[in-house]
Design a protein around this ligand. Structure first.
Ligand SMILES: Nc1nc2c(ncn2[C@@H]2O[C@H](COP(=O)(O)OP(=O)(O)OP(=O)(O)O)[C@@H](O)[C@H]2O)c(=O)[nH]1
Ligand SMILES: [Mg+2]
Length: 215
């Protein structure tokens, strides 16, 4: 059974929110911003919660006392890449937002636990009970699997699931070869399928219409 101290959480809050037209992380839902809502749930799952974002100053005023911000650096040239350094972080080899896979890599470099739960910041219907039940089963995941994720007909659900810390070298190699797609990266390795008793937890708040449904 994976306990609080063997799991960390990475929350990604660095997207363009182009469909929403305003920063999704700061959208209020029943008086609480989406980012706070996701971070509160994250804190119920693990002792350490990282928020990976290119603009931590934008969220500094939110009450997230138990979250640690990781300021994301951007890769100017899409084909350049990042490398792991000795200070337990990654350094850009050159300097825009590069998408969730690159943000995740920068967070993963800080993780010290065997497993990390990766969460998008636009998941208003997460359920602590489901995440905790998933976490409790991580001890049974086969050794070869780099991740444990829910699956849908078109592929994996990469932004609400678990990754092994030790997959960082494979992830950096993929990024440095120009890869930016979670689906393409995950295709190369064994991934455990998580049961999805409540598919609604994966509802993303991407558009103003989605926000109307949850606010
Ligand atoms: N840190 C970080 N997070 C990102 C980046 N791109 C996307 N994300 C996060 O990944 C999650 C999923 O993002 P999407 O729903 O695909 O959307 P988005 O890019 O924010 O918005 P659209 O422009 O409407 O696609 C959200 O939590 C985003 O904040 C990035 O470059 N860096
Ligand atoms: Mg989304």
């Amino acid at each position: 059974m994976t306990t609080h101290s063997e799991l960390s959480v990475i929350v990604l809050a660095g997207g363009k929110s182009s469909r929403m037209g305003r920063d999704k992380a700061l959208l209020p839902i029943k008086g609480v911003t989406l980012l706070q809502r996701v971070c509160n749930i994250a804190e119920s799952c693990a002792n350490t919660v990282y928020v990976v974002t290119p603009w931590p100053e934008r969220y500094q005023h939110l009450l997230l006392p138990h979250c640690e911000f990781i300021k994301e650096v951007s890769l100017v040239n899409e084909n350049v890449g990042i490398q792991e350094n000795t200070e337990n972080s990654v350094t850009p080899l050159a300097s825009t937002t590069n998408g969730p896979l690159v943000g995740f890599a920068q967070g993963l470099a800080k993780v010290e636990t065997e497993w990390v739960l990766l969460l998008a910041c636009d998941l208003p219907r997460l359920q602590v009970e489901v995440l905790q039940a998933w976490a409790a089963g991580l001890g049974n995941v086969e050794d070869e699997a780099i991740a444990a994720l829910a699956h849908h007909p078109k592929g994996w659900e990469p932004l609400c699931g678990f990754y092994r810390r030790c997959c960082l070298p494979q992830l950096l190699e993929f990024i440095n070869q120009g890869g930016r797609s979670f689906q393409q990266w995950l295709k190369q390795y064994p991934v455990e399928v998580l049961p999805l008793p409540a598919p609604e937890i994966l509802f993303n708040c991407n558009t103003p219409e989605d926000w109307t449904l949850v606010r």
